[in-house]
Design a binder for this molecule. Sequence first.
Ligand code: GCB
Length: 621
Amino acid sequence: TNDGALLYPQVTATRRMQSLDGIWRFRFDPESEGERDGWPETGLPDAAQVPVPASFNDLFTDKASREYTGDFWYETEFVAPGEWRDKDLFLRFDAATHRADVFVNGIPVGSHEGGFTPFAVRVNDAVRWNEANRLVVRLNNELSHASLPAGTTGTLPDGTKVSGPYFDFFNYAGLQRPVRLIAVPAEAVTGYTTTYELHKDGSAIVHYTVETRGLRPEDTLRVRLIDEVGSVVADAQGAEGELAVAYARLWDVRDAHLYRIEFTILDGTGNAAAADGGVIDEYHDEIGIRTVEVRDREILLNGRPVYLRGFGRHEDSAINGRGENLAVVTRDFELMKWCGANSFRTSHYPYSEEELRLADREGFLVIDEVAAVGFMKSLMNFLDAAKDDDEHRGRGFFDDPDVMTRTLHVHKAALDELFTRDRNHPSVIMWSLMNEPDSASEAAVPYFRAIFDHARTLDPQHRPLTYTNLMMAAAGRDRCHGFADVICLNRYYGWYVQGGYQLSGAKAAFMAEMDRWMQIEPDKPFVFTEYGADTAAGVHKLPSVQWSEEYQCEYLKMQHEVFDAYPAVVGEQMWNLCDFQTGEGIMRVDGNRKGAFTRDRQPKAAAFLLRERWNDATRHQ
Ligand code: GCB
């Protein structure tokens, strides 16, 4: 059981944790023979030394390592502190990409599928207290139609496996986020949810439910809400209840107010005189009081319409790859703030918990996306996106019989994990269930129905659900938009279609499509979750040509003119905040260059254009 260890880790009166980050041993296992050869018991032979967290790919200097596909192993040692003996001891992996099997002292203790959400394995039965324990993890980064993200795994003539991603980012893998040893009491808080009710007089009700395990009937579950200056503003008891806040300071866009919500299990057997004050478990978190709603053609935050300004992004930086890099995360927030952005999408996978906590604190609006990307049989869907003829449509992804079974199963599990992890973040205002699936194919419809039906059961706050639509499934072709609460479009008129000198034609085609959408979906808001043009920083051209900084600016201006012509458009998230790494190929020059900033986070001319538009107070509220 994972119970109690999936909450964001923290040390409290009753909980303990120890970071296992640092240098681990590492090795590839192309023949998948490590388990047979006893590596879980004996450790990894001839191991390299690598940092955790990090992607392994950009650490080495040989190509076979960078592109490696298959099984690979990590190993470290940890001491299980004897003082924690009476608690449940877990290993928590914030992200092991894309799947992992964990062994402690040679004993298999758990497995996990999905590279971007945390999992925890209980290890009490496998550890030796106060002694060194061997922790060995087998990871695997192969892609298939049942992996999130999706793709294929092929072989070179010599038998070497190669990844064939159906997506436009490098298939980074490894222990990419922190690993921790966590001790949680046997009787514990394991999760919670909240919903909010705002009243005209400025008061609010926080409805809460608390999930626990081992809670004895005689014990008390106390819930308290504490404001930013430390005053208790409301309290309640029991697993379900209401916290009434007389003067609620709302969480708002770029104006975040957070409350600390504190859960305490108190001993009801008269043990309150004990040294720990009778506290059996204690956990706290930060929440924001706010509501999110889609009404008519608007997204309402606290009842007021918001306009999303911001970016599609990636967790991506030099050398770390997708390994969590908190300095880069911080810099990205500073860049977004400098531009006047108020939102981003976690394209194309759940971002780290630290990242979302920052978004909570900074008042950013987040479209939280699961790693369901590549649901189209295409190694270059960005290219096929331009071809919306019958020949290129319906590339068979949803026709694959495995998709309605295996993929659906993995996808639902990924949604369960994402919603459980992120449901309490005030910053999360919408869930994206897929990026650019082949939503023009008839076979996509039952799949969408199953996924949206499932997701509708997962969020007590009923935040809007969406997916991002690609150009190949333009207005009139897409068969799945009916499932979405907000229509999110990724559009590249003026880049993949009618680029450069043809920009005026691109604009006409773009508006023709928008006119069509306005008829097809007369009642829903629209958000542009992608629009962008590849640009090599430092290339200047008068007159502009594609790839120059001048062209990126002209392209963006044209897009903005179209957005401004349709009141139903309530958001624009430019693709991408920064240049990022992709697989090699003739379409990408050392990665995707659509960034407003370079990969080392310096501005192109486009960044100044966005800054001007997004700081223009006369445009939006
Ligand atoms: C898209 C994809 C994104 C690509 C982008 C591009 O539609 O969602 O992952 O990077 O286009 O630049 O082609």
